[in-house]
Design a protein around this ligand. Structure first.
Ligand code: MG
Length: 208
């Protein structure tokens, strides 16, 4: 059985957790796990159609990996063996709506899992690069908004895979968004967004 499940980890870079603390987002030292449907994916070359009328929509640039499977209870020290590819993607977030849902104790799907909420670059084969020694950046209209050093992740990619495998039997094709660094901010129709990493590649989308 193959999968187009999209798993996402939240609250994985301390400075990003801190930048949202004023919205009541709780820095409790734990990560958040959520999912997006396959209809969230936007390949490079297709426009990002921003939802209208739901408040601000933020870019969250993230390292993304794809798995060859792995099943249940994957040990941390075996987790990287299940990665087939890596790329960069955007975890688009309706920030005002997410804050409202959080404050009411409601699930996040309306703010995180809408159609088009997961622009994703093409996967590059994973050849045992050190995933905790990568850097990537997010530019909006040529201006750098986010810069990540994956060494700053609170939960390593291997640990994220281990955590997911305690709840789900991981399948070939599963996709994992690994969290965003600080610098998240609003997108507007007409914006051009570019994700860039020396080790992975360059990916661009036009917002409509
Ligand atoms: Mg995110």
């Amino acid at each position: 059985m193959s999968s187009t499940r999209i798993f996402c980890i939240g609250k994985n870079y301390a400075e990003h957790v801190a930048e949202l603390a004023h919205l009541g987002h709780n820095p409790d030292g734990d990560c958040v796990v959520f999912m997006k449907p396959a209809s969230a994916l936007v390949p490079e070359g297709e426009p990002i159609v921003l939802p209208r009328g739901s408040g601000s929509i933020h870019h969250e640039a993230e390292l993304v990996v794809q798995l060859t499977g792995g099943g249940r209870d994957i040990p941390v020290d075996d987790a990287l063996n299940w990665i087939s590819g890596m790329t960069l993607g955007l975890d688009l977030t309706l920030r005002d709506l997410q804050t409202d849902l959080k404050n009411k104790g409601k699930p996040w799907e309306l703010a995180k899992a809408f159609d088009g909420s997961a622009p994703l670059g093409d996967f590059k084969p994973y050849l045992d690069e050190d995933l905790q020694a990568l850097e990537f950046s997010c530019y909006v209209n040529g201006e750098r908004r986010q810069h990540a050093r994956t060494a700053d992740m609170l939960f390593s990619v291997a640990r994220q895979i281990h955590i997911l495998s305690q709840t789900w039997s991981l399948l070939p094709g599963d996709i994992l968004y690994t969290g965003t660094p600080k610098g998240v901010g609003p997108l507007e129709p007409g914006d051009r967004i570019r994700l860039e990493s020396d080790a992975i590649g360059v990916f661009e989308w036009q917002c409509e």
